[in-house]
Design a protein around this ligand. Structure first.
Ligand code: NI
Length: 182
């Protein structure tokens, strides 16, 4: 049965927590929460379910957004053939990055920030990340464009940072021409 997640709002101080490393092996309960988070993100991207369960569309969710101060997050990305690809990252570290920076032209979104926030956030166009999968196996992945931005956004959550913090309050479009819009 589908269980809708309670996602913390930006005003909630728990979102400011610096989350702690995930310890392996994960318990069955922890795995259930992770699978449920993935299912929530998938449903949020399918109009029928989004309506039925009143879900805001989202790609990524960090544990702290549901009140769990552990360094993991999930990303669910719809593929060209309309299937969904799930990503799970625990204890992620960016081990290299491009010098090129990009930003989301329409602005970043976050399931904890329920409002339009004008402004840009320059992020690395490409990153290589080292992390652990759900079974505790270390992996390395190279990410680009949207996924690179998404992972940087989620890693920020693990450190208590929201995307709105990264927007220059006085000049939200500052230095826009220095970066590439996607
Ligand atoms: Ni977010």
């Amino acid at each position: 049965m589908f269980k809708k997640l309670k996602i913390l709002n930006e005003k909630d101080k728990r979102l400011r927590t610096i989350s702690k490393d995930v310890i392996f092996p994960l318990t069955d309960d922890e795995k259930k929460v992770i699978n449920n988070a993935m299912e929530n993100l998938k449903y949020s991207q399918i109009e029928k379910y989004a309506k039925k369960y009143d879900l805001r569309a989202g790609w990524g969710l960090s544990a702290i957004q549901i009140g769990i101060a552990k360094r993991w997050f999930v990303i669910v990305e719809e593929q060209e053939d309309h299937t969904f690809k799930n990503y799970f990252f625990a204890n992620p570290k960016i081990i290299s990055n491009s010098t090129e920076k990009i930003y989301v032209e329409q602005g970043e979104g976050c399931l904890s920030v329920n409002r339009e926030v004008p402004g840009i956030i320059p992020r690395y166009a490409r990153i290589t990340v080292e992390a652990y999968d759900i079974d505790g196996n270390k992996f390395k992945i190279r990410l680009r464009e949207d996924l690179s931005i998404c992972v940087q956004h989620e890693i920020d959550h693990l450190n208590g940072i929201l995307f709105v913090d990264r927007i220059d309050k006085k000049k939200p479009y500052k230095d826009k021409e220095k970066y590439r819009a996607i």
